[in-house]
Design a protein around this ligand. Sequence first.
Ligand SMILES: C[S@@+](CC[C@H](N)C(=O)[O-])C[C@H]1O[C@@H](n2cnc3c(N)ncnc32)[C@H](O)[C@@H]1O
Length: 508
Amino acid sequence: MAALGREYPVAARRALAARELERPDDALAALVRLFLLAEDLPAERLDAALPRLGAEGALELGLIEAAPAGEGLLRASIDLRPHASDADAELWVASDLGAHQRPGVLRHDHVLGIGQASLTLAAATIRRPAARALDVGVGCGIQTFHLLAHCEHVTATDLSERALAFTRFNLLLNAEALGLDPLDLGARVRLLRGSLLEPVAGQEFDLVVSNPPFVITPRRAGEDEGERFTYRDGGMAGDTLVASLWRDFATVLAPGGTVQMLANWEIPEAALLDDAAASDPVTGAEVPGWAGRPAAWTPEGVEAWVIQRDVETPEGYAETWLRDASETRDRAASELRYAQYLDDFASRGVGGVGLGLVWLRRTASGAPAGVGRRFETIEHPVAQPLGPTLGESVWRLDAVASAQTELVHAVVPDDVTVETHSRPGDEHPQAILLRQGAGLRRVRLLSTAEAGLVSACDGELPLGSIARAVCALLEASAPGSGPSAEELLASARDLLAQGFLRFLAPGE
Ligand SMILES: C[S@@+](CC[C@H](N)C(=O)[O-])C[C@H]1O[C@@H](n2cnc3c(N)ncnc32)[C@H](O)[C@@H]1O
């Protein structure tokens, strides 16, 4: 499955051949060959694999079609694959066949299957119970299926009629596993056609998720809608679609409601320099250079936590997206299109494209707002699924914001270890690192005073006492070299916020 996910079918074919050696008529092998590998199969093999529906029935439903290769051969007209859901049941999810299954440029209204980005968003979503959820750009329905496990009602929107039809088909196909009444889908799900937030204007949701068509695509003079790959390209210039969704999300959020989405953002050339900084127009605070534009898209009254997972060069970006829709097959056309990508980025002075995860929350009076506006780069692998980690982090940031740090009794979480690095012959370590083995797997360089504070955090004394004691000891051994107790307490707050320390639980 992993190799197939990377679009290499050889390993899957070998596994199927081995299975068929023992059971030549194996039904599962036949269905995998049909719907995942998109191979042609004789009608008799399908009749045996689908004893109730039969090849005739599948033809009538439009799930399969006659294969052009030969008389009596049939092939899939869609991809249909199992997907493990939160509902503790396996789902069967239909989508369009990809370019590795049905060679050629994709149809422009191609409905994306469950891809890496879909799984990333599903795994990163904080699964707290919510009354009303919204899925913008539903595609084959994957985010909606997961939302149904913890939200009372889900509204799913898409610009594409074909995507909504696939979602509806999948909801009906999996009604039992998803806990839906197939005769009354509307009790739990609503499917709306329209662009971005247009279909839900004036409504409010507790949780919004979106894997939007964020791919930055060079615009062509006189292009028409039918030429675009709707699954990835919203038809706007640069990252305008993402920016507009990001700015407008607050208009459909209930107070305290959150958004989780995947996004790409353009980074101006100058902002890619190592020490480049920008300013957050709302708070005036300094943010990393790449975050200048995302910060400007975050309106007042909205908290943001943006995690940049990767930065792509303009060339790398063009190559990824030309390959994605098999546009690389015609060399001349592909080179022309590649040049258009580079011209497009150059016309706006773009030096790179940031890819990442976005969490937004509409602030409400009296509600916690400890996350604030955070723009952070985390490029290393993190523990999966990420959702529970993000949920705990938000909880912790809210708790730290309302805590009086000096009174907090803190301990070091089990996954946190310390590393010291020294040159041969050194008396003292040159670097002390604190490392998280779980969650976001952050690593943080500690000063001597911070290292002293962390090692004394066994829950016994409050942080204020520990900070004062550590500072007094440092002052006695090397006067004027250490931080003040207030400065060390500020570090302790940060260590708590990042999960290098945790609150001692009541009764612990
Ligand atoms: C990348 S796919 C995501 C599909 C699915 N939610 C997932 O996570 O895999 C983006 C979806 O957005 C839809 N879309 C494109 N332009 C849109 C627009 N202007 N408004 C709403 N949806 C749009 C596409 O049809 C497509 O289904």
